[in-house]
Write a protein that binds this ligand. Structure first.
Ligand SMILES: [Zn+2]
Length: 230
């Protein structure tokens, strides 16, 4: 491959670059081009110069677009989009206890999570989200759907005091979480963590155990702590 040969050049009316390891600089470049080779951005320069410096098989022109880095959704229950619309106008505890937990008890499975995460992935891609932090059942199934869709995710395995379709209680959930960590340890697109659900669903004993394990294994946690005024 010659030095000026790239795979893709994207000319955009505007580009808002956010460099790795740097704060967004509020910089917006006009009439610039992004050059991609071997899956990596190798150049960012004025469109006029790009035409002189680079050649590529694929050239895209986005004449009225702002090109930005992928968005990150910092809190999801992705597969729950299969329950979208169920009792969605009720206070949190009524919604959970009377509607969502019973529905999850009836429907949630590994297949449900795989299918629901796939659908969520399609919706995320459509709106520019390329990475998300999720807390939902069967994180290994969510991981498969995520990688298949070409996205990245941190997936936090729920820990609760009571039985769910994923197990009988905290011991089961912790084992499932650590199994998923082992399975996905070497995939750079997936990070598995612990998701102790909330102060009202995890008592102090299991929560302490989660904290100890998270520190030992050096993995992150996600927990609901300020969902509502209550
Ligand atoms: Zn949540």
């Amino acid at each position: 491959m010659s030095d000026n040969q790239a795979d893709l050049i994207v000319h955009a009316r505007w580009i808002a670059p956010v460099a790795q390891d740097k704060e967004p600089s509020a910089e917006v470049l006009e009439n610039h081009a992004l050059v991609v080779r071997d899956g990596q951005i190798v150049d960012l320069l004025p469109s006029a110069l790009a035409n002189e410096k680079w050649q590529a098989e694929t050239v895209q022109r986005l004449d009225s677009h702002l090109l930005i880095p992928g968005l990150i959704n910092a809190h999801t229950h992705a597969a729950m989009n299969l329950l979208r619309g169920i009792a969605d106008d009720l206070p949190l505890m009524t919604w959970l206890e009377k509607h969502i937990w019973p529905a999850e008890g009836q429907f949630v499975s590994e297949q449900f999570v795989f299918d629901g995460t796939r659908l969520a992935a399609a919706e995320m891609i459509r709106s520019g989200t390329t990475c998300f932090a999720d807390q939902y059942f069967f994180p290994a199934s969510a991981a498969r759907a995520t990688v298949e869709a070409g996205l990245r995710a941190s997936l936090f395995c729920p820990i609760l005091d009571f039985p769910t379709p994923m197990g009988a209680g905290p011991e089961d959930y912790l084992r499932l979480a650590t199994d998923a960590m082992d399975e996905w340890r070497h995939d750079p697109r997936i990070q598995i963590g612990f998701g102790p659900h909330a102060p009202y669903t995890v008592s102090d004993g299991p929560l302490q155990k989660v904290l100890t394990l998270a520190e030992e294994l050096d993995v992150p946690m996600m927990m609901h702590v300020h969902e509502t005024a209550g």
